[in-house]
Write a protein that binds this ligand. Structure first.
Ligand code: ADP
Ligand code: ADP
Length: 211
């Protein structure tokens, strides 16, 4: 199964993708994670991406395209969840071409609907583990006691000024893709509020219907 998990920063894409990985054998392909790991390792892609990520801007399409397509090919074109890709019309058009060229059509674009005030709460209280990349939330999904609290930090781009820009970028460049996937008959809007488990059940129901 080939799924896009769609939604604004902080909507819960990564959290849900990880649950689907363990419960449905799908692999999360998160361009944000790939980019952060490239930045940490100071690879050429990481060095190129850094200034964009720090400002909360999108990394150039052609850079992200390669990362996403390579990750999908590594996965043998199946059983994946795209988390954070595509994010622009150009990326979506390239992905459609890629699907056709590799006979690997996307089955659904699941869009998590979350109001702005909930997003701001989720992002301001999001914490990540420096080594594993695992995401926590200070109130709703706190790190367990056996996790070293010094290793659990706030992402630089989750600080308020950058969050504002990321939300603007989302509204301008990414949200219009809902129409793109609606026209392809692939858009499924899901209520992204409520507990992590509630949202997981809603997504599971959609995937059960597709299977
Ligand atoms: P979030 O989970 O909050 O939506 P991500 O971890 O997916 O954030 O992305 C972090 C940053 O990485 C983005 O703000 C952007 O700079 C870059 N990035 C990730 N995916 C893409 C993409 N598809 N196109 C362009 N930039 C991207
Ligand atoms: P995204 O990948 O879309 O940017 P994340 O999965 O990283 O979003 O979630 C953003 C923050 O919100 C994280 O701190 C996560 O633990 C928390 N979170 C995710 N889903 C929920 C939920 N249903 N209820 C409360 N907090 C959530």
């Amino acid at each position: 199964m080939r799924i896009i998990l769609f939604g604004p920063p902080g909507a819960g894409k990564g959290t849900q993708a990880r649950l689907l990985e363990s419960n449905r054998g799908l692999e999360q392909i998160a361009t944000g994670n790939i980019i952060r790991s490239a930045m940490k390792n100071e690879t050429p892609v990481g060095l190129e991406a850094k200034s964009y990520v720090e400002k909360g801007d999108l990394v150039p399409d052609k850079v992200v395209r390669k990362l996403a397509e390579n990750a999908i090919a590594d996965r043998d074109y199946d059983d994946f969840i795209l988390d954070g890709y595509p994010r622009t019309t150009q990326q979506a058009e390239w992905l459609t071409e890629f699907e056709e060229a590799n006979d690997a059509p996307i089955h659904a674009c699941i869009s998590l609907q979350v109001p702005d005030d909930v997003i701001v709460d989720r992002l301001s209280k999001r914490r990540v583990h420096k080594e594993t990349g695992k995401t926590y939330h200070l109130d709703h999904d706190p790190p367990p006691a056996d996790v070293d609290s010094d290793m659990v930090v706030q992402r630089d781009d989750d600080k308020p000024a950058t969050v504002r820009n990321r939300l603007n970028v989302y509204r301008e460049e990414t949200e219009p893709l809902e129409d793109y996937y609606d026209r392809r008959g692939l858009l499924v809007k899901i209520d992204g509020t409520g507990s992590i488990d509630d949202v997981h059940h809603r997504i599971n129901n959609v995937l059960d219907d597709l299977a």
